[in-house]
Design a protein around this ligand. Structure first.
Ligand code: SF4
Ligand code: SF4
Length: 467
């Protein structure tokens, strides 16, 4: 590949983008071309790729139309362009341009589970009538007309306070409707309290985009990690609830991986197929990491980033071969905020009207919150935590030295700020698994899409697989 080679077109030097990723596909004779800064993706024959490589080595002698296709896709860039500066500007400008409210609301911080690796303590605190007043007033005060309102229901276990959640949901919908705003909601739940009444409720909500439910393996493994606060197993109940959904809502099925369960996930994949829930659950993997002091000692069981990235590919590959549709999208570069923490309209709100910035802080007591919402929707700031608020407002994801050479930087931008902030700046931030598995992921996505493209009942054979 003509990496870094420059040529001249009409006075402009063009060079290969430092974010190009060109890899052989899973099929003979097909090469995949991807650019992490533009998100462009193409599958071309080996012969076409040879022509493209020659063109990229000498764009000055190539037809302008061909050159313009490659520059348009971001595979070729002007030599004078600072691609890293563009990633940085896209972050800061995108973030500054964000409107609306991005709220994570925990109607309770208590939970009916006591998972072995949980990052939260679970004091028994639910939303009160005063909290309802405070949060609705806050949204009325801060939601501009026409700006989007996005809510993630979180906890504890949000369905342990379903009455409060429902009341708030109804009120927020009315406020959004009155402002001409779109209102979308998503829920993080352990899945154990998803009764028929609740499934029907969420299925009827127009802006409800789905829920995340976690299953960590077949019953014995899952129950050893994700048990109720009374120490009871939870697998059977969650699986029963997932079956009862019967396609009425989309479920992101999170599977948290560590050394204790990674080799048992193939059995879970068979169970998902066997239980007939594959059409509405979309499995993906979480990396068990010791985010907070509450997580317990996970050092001996945690997978390294590299091990996690390799396991992810191995298991996605298995799912595809078995006909499952994992939550596997072409990675897209993002502009603007990384999460609720650095979003201008971001807030994590817990009982007591306490305001935080990160999910990891949700269950902390009032003294740790940077503000509390008063009954008129104003913020009463906690002077002791001012520095923390300043950190989020001024967050700069481009301070880690290793990120400056990273070929997936537009996709990651330093990763989770909470984790990146713990790391010395002469190393990386909080690396996305894509740093280690992007080529394999591209191959898998192409493989899956090639299978999908085959007409039902069609006889057309797949090109021969080589990896
Ligand atoms: S800082 Fe990290 S853990 Fe906290 S909300 Fe953002 S992504 Fe999540
Ligand atoms: S945190 Fe890691 S993967 Fe992310 S941009 Fe930095 S070096 Fe790359």
């Amino acid at each position: 590949m003509p990496d870094g080679q420059a040529s001249r077109v009409g006075g402009d030097q063009l060079v290969a983008s430092q974010f190009n990723c060109f890899v052989p596909s899973a099929f003979d004779s097909i090469v995949l071309m991807y650019n992490a800064a533009s998100g462009a993706f193409a599958a071309v024959s080996v012969e076409e790729f040879e022509d493209i490589a020659a063109l990229m080595a000498d764009p000055g002698s190539a037809p302008a139309e061909e050159v313009s296709k490659l520059t348009g896709a971001g595979f070729l860039v002007p030599a004078s362009r600072d691609e890293r500066a563009d990633v940085r500007s896209a972050y800061f400008e995108g973030r500054a341009a964000e409107t609306g409210l991005n709220l994570t609301i925990a109607p309770t911080v208590s939970c009916n589970f006591a998972c072995s690796y949980c990052f939260e303590e679970h004091p028994k605190r639910h939303f009160s009538d005063e909290d309802f007043q405070a949060v609705t007033a806050y949204v009325r005060e801060n939601l501009d007309a026409g700006a989007p309102l996005s809510v993630t229901w979180f906890g504890g276990e949000p369905l342990a306070a379903f009455r409060q959640l429902k009341a708030l949901d109804t009120a927020l919908q009315a406020i959004a409707d009155g402002r001409g705003s779109t209102y979308t909601q998503f829920m993080i739940t352990n899945g154990s309290l998803l009764t028929e009444e609740r499934i029907a409720y969420f299925a009827s909500r127009p802006g409800f985009t789905g829920a995340q439910v976690t299953i960590d393996g077949p019953a014995d493994i899952h129950d050893a990690r994700r048990f109720t606060s009374a120490g009871k197993p939870s697998f059977e109940k969650i699986m029963r609830n997932l079956k009862a959904i019967a396609g009425r809502m989309a479920i992101s099925l999170r599977i948290n991986l560590d050394r204790q369960n990674v080799d048992r996930i193939p059995e879970l994949i068979d169970l998902i197929i066997g239980e007939g829930i594959a059409d509405w659950v979309s499995p993906y993997f979480g990396h068990v990491v010791d985010y907070t002091d509450e997580c317990g000692d996970l050092a001996s069981t945690m997978l390294t980033r590299e091990e996690f990235a390799a396991a992810e590919i191995r298991l996605f590959n298995l799912m595809i071969r078995k006909g499952l549709r994992p939550g596997l999208d072409l990675p897209r570069p993002q502009a603007g905020s990384l999460c609720v923490g650095d979003a201008p309209g971001g807030a994590v709100i817990s009982p007591g009207g306490l305001v935080f910035r990160c999910w990891n802080e949700t269950a902390l007591p009032e003294g740790e919150a940077y503000a509390r919402i008063d009954d008129r929707g104003g913020l009463v700031r906690n002077g002791v935590k001012e520095e923390r608020e300043r950190f989020w407002k001024a967050y700069d994801p481009f301070t880690h030295a290793e990120c400056a050479d990273c070929t997936v930087q537009p996709l990651c931008r330093g990763g989770c700020p909470w984790e990146a902030d713990k790391r010395p700046t002469d190393g990386p931030g909080h690396c996305t698994p894509l740093r280690y598995n992007l080529p394999d992921l591209l191959r898998l996505i192409h493989l899956r899409d090639s299978i999908d493209a085959i007409e039902p009942g069609g006889e057309r054979p797949l090109p021969r697989q080589t990896v």
